[in-house]
Design a protein around this ligand. Structure first.
Ligand code: DX5
Ligand code: ZN
Length: 219
């Protein structure tokens, strides 16, 4: 069954602790945390101290999405801060094979993120070292953007690549997912669905989470 991972990017940062509690109460398991540096992406969000506080505050798994240049320099800080899943962009790493090993050796689930323009074939060699692959279905940097319609086709290509290597790497999708397309995401092969504005941007985030889960379930 696919898991919905609320993205705190669209949460009320002035009440972040309470926003996280709301997601715990409705049974979320994973919290998606967007780290942006104002360099790799134009936007600037949160960093190590907030990840550290979140890991002390909640039992939810922290899925840290690093949208930063030179992540080799800082992954250890995010691991020390309590990240459970740590995803680095393919476009930002020179020695990806070595970095994935390092993350895994430190007991954290490593993942690679692909921008919309990066083909899944770029992952052929490193796929066995990934716990998950995160496909961006918008250009990274902002919440609330429009879903790029070719993204489900990309999910299917990635699923074929994973199957062809007899692996069980999880597929995550991020950007523009809501009630209307979550089911198609899951039917394409997505295991982890990130949703920011569809949950925290709604009138009732708890209800929105539950409805996303319902729409995602394939019987
Ligand atoms: C965008 C971030 C996403 C963002 C998604 O760069 O990586 O995690 O929160 O937001 P929505 O779900 O609103 O598209
Ligand atoms: Zn993200």
């Amino acid at each position: 069954m696919a898991v919905i991972a609320p993205s705190i990017l669209s949460a009320d940062f002035m009440n972040l602790g309470e926003e996280v509690r709301r997601m715990e109460k409705v049974g979320a398991q994973i919290l998606h945390v967007d780290v942006m540096d104002g360099n790799f992406v134009p936007n600037l969000t949160i960093g190590v101290p907030v990840v550290e506080k979140l890991s002390q505050w909640t039992e939810l798994s922290l899925d840290v999405h690093l949208m930063i240049a030179n992540p080799e320099q800082t992954v250890d800080l995010y691991i020390d801060a309590g990240a459970n899943y740590l995803s680095v962009h393919f476009e930002t790493v020179l020695h990806l094979d070595r970095l994935l090993d390092r993350i895994r050796e430190r007991g954290v689930q490593p993942g690679v993120v692909l921008n919309p323009h990066t083909p899944v074939s770029a992952l052929e060699e490193v796929l066995p070292k990934c716990h998950h692959v995160l496909l961006m279905s918008v250009n990274p940097g902002f919440g609330g953007q429009q879903f790029i319609s070719s993204s489900f086709q990309k999910v299917r290509k990635l699923k074929s690549l994973i199957d062809s290597q007899d692996l069980s790497v999880k597929i995550e999708i991020d950007g523009g997912i809501g009630l209307g397309n979550v089911r198609e995401a899951v039917e394409s092969g997505v295991d982890i669905v990130v949703a920011g504005s569809a949950i925290f941007g709604s009138e009732d985030p708890e209800e929105a989470f539950l409805q996303m889960e319902k729409n995602a379930s394939i019987n």
